[in-house]
Design a protein around this ligand. Structure first.
Ligand code: C2O
Ligand code: CU
Length: 501
């Protein structure tokens, strides 16, 4: 099937076109013929997809753990997500998602990716600072039936990264149908903290899915290309509305928002503290306590929660609370995600350290230049925001593998500014190959949030916001992408390339 943005290119209805009267009708008719809109869905403004809560009576599953010497075999398989066995994609037979890769800083990987899908795919290691040819660039694809050996050295500190497919134009559907996994790096600095581990360290991959009786449905309408594709069922580690049994101790939750588009405002139903100890780039310098925290697609959170003092039998939910300024389709509804059931009292010797890491911020004066990126969706003329596909752009451009958009000198630090001041949709912006420091947010929330200390690779820019980040580029010469991690936006072309020279 022709990609949406290719259709727009071939019809000349891409950037800057103004549709009115009969040409609009012709365009809409063509869209319908091409199957670009579902069931007569003419909603071009986008709409929200409400969440349907389940019964929270299925036990949370924990993905198996493998080392960096492993095979990830992407394939069509089956899983029991919500009570019956349905078709999904996974990185192994039987089950959605992939195993958690766990390793130490300094290790060399030998990860064989086998593409047993019927379409092109590859693996991007989101959060890893690795050479461009190992990074899963959208142009570096592995054909069906072929394999590729991802070999690189882990040179970065401890933290929670993840992996997922990144083929140009098909990232969103493959991730939504089940392809994603966690990548945990440990190191000595982290080990010295004696953080809750073993059964007290729980990885949580939070996603929303649209389930049918036979599988996961992925068929975004034009409105859903605009808002991002969302599901009615929230799953954690591949299980719909699960529960986890806990004791009256500290737990370390390693949370990934692996959703295509949905943003969560995480909170605990008993209004207990969430102690944030880390984010995309690893441990923060100091813990920060919050009652709720936004987590956008692609972002990770390392958080401690303490169930001490609760009576066995108590139930506490991890939930997403309503939030404001989420654009046309997000934030209005609050819903439960995961139930913690306190089953047993147990004493705890864990003491929260006042300092977590020796993280040293970069001096902003070391920045050698500033680059500005306008990321608001194009407002089409005629007083109506057409919100059509192919219009998610960065600086007026959509992704073109044959064009280098930014040339950056290796071993320099730059200031990158993502300007959504005129926009009406949230955009979680992600850079490959680097971690950055979030410096400033103007407009919208007007400040950084507690999980935005330390270093990150994805930062949420809500409508009306402009976010400035400081990027220490290293010496990983080559071509990397940066893009919106709303995967519908990304597949729609909201992605550019920078080359480190
Ligand atoms: Cu997780 Cu280029 O993305
Ligand atoms: Cu976006």
């Amino acid at each position: 099937m022709m990609r949406r943005r290719e259709f727009l290119k071939t019809t000349g209805l891409g950037a800057g076109s103004v549709l009115a009267g009969s040409s609009l009708v012709t365009f809409l008719t063509s869209c319908t013929k091409m199957g670009m809109m579902n069931g007569g869905d003419m909603n071009m403004m986008g709409q929200s997809q409400p969440v349907t809560e389940g019964a929270f009576n299925k036990l949370l599953s924990i993905p198996g753990t493998v080392t960096v010497n492993t095979t990830l075999n992407a394939q069509a398989t089956t899983a029991n997500i919500n009570g019956s066995t349905i078709s999904v994609l996974g990185y192994q037979a039987n089950g959605i998602l992939g195993p958690t890769i766990r390793t130490e800083s300094g290790m060399n990987t030998n990860i064989i990716f086998q593409n047993s899908l019927s379409e092109n795919s590859n693996i991007h290691f989101h959060g890893l600072k690795i050479p461009a040819d190992m990074d899963g660039h959208p142009k570096d694809i592995i054909n069906p039936g072929n394999n590729f050996n991802y070999k690189f050295t882990i040179t970065q500190r401890a933290g929670l990264s993840w992996y997922h497919p990144h083929p140009d134009g098909d990232t969103a559907s493959q991730v939504f149908k089940g392809l994603a996994g966690l990548f945990i790096i440990n190191d000595a600095e982290e080990a010295a903290l004696n953080l809750p581990s073993g059964g007290y360290e729980i990885p949580l991959v939070i996603q929303d899915k649209r389930l049918s009786s036979s599988g996961i449905t992925y068929n975004p309408s034009m409105g859903e290309v605009m808002t991002g594709y969302m599901g009615e069922t929230i799953i954690v580690n591949g299980v719909a509305s699960p529960f986890a049994e806990v004791k009256t101790k500290y737990y370390r939750l390693r949370i990934l928002n692996g959703s295509n588009a949905r943003i969560y405002n995480l909170a605990l139903s008993n209004n207990a503290d969430i102690i944030i100890i880390g984010n995309d780039g690893g441990l923060l310098k100091n813990p920060v306590t919050v009652k709720n925290i936004l987590l956008a697609p692609g972002e990770r959170l390392d958080a401690l929660v303490n169930f001490a003092g609760l009576n066995p039998g108590t139930e506490v939910f991890l939930q997403s609370s309503a939030f404001s300024n989420g654009g046309n389709a997000q934030g209005e509804q609050g819903f439960k995600i995961l139930k913690f059931k306190v089953t047993q009292s147990e004493s705890d010797t864990f003491i929260l350290p006042a300092q977590l890491s020796s993280f040293d911020p970069i001096n902003p004066s070391s920045s050698s230049r500033t680059r500005n990126f306008i990321i608001n969706g194009m407002q089409m003329s005629g007083g109506m925001n057409m919100n059509m596909s192919g219009i998610h752009k960065i600086n007026g451009k959509i992704y073109d593998r044959n064009r280098i958009d930014e040339t950056v000198s290796a071993n320099t630090t730059e200031t990158w500014v993502f300007d959504n001041s005129q926009g009406n949709e949230p955009h979680p912006m992600h850079l490959h190959g680097v971690h950055f420091q979030v410096m400033e947010r103007r407009g919208g929330r007007g400040q950084l949030i507690p999980s935005e200390g330390g270093s990150k690779d994805t930062v949420l820019v809500l409508p009306g916001e402009t976010v400035k980040v400081l990027v220490p580029f290293a010496e990983l010469k080559g071509v990397f992408v940066f893009h919106c991690h709303n995967l519908e936006h990304e597949d729609d072309g909201m992605m550019l390339q920078y080359q480190l020279v």
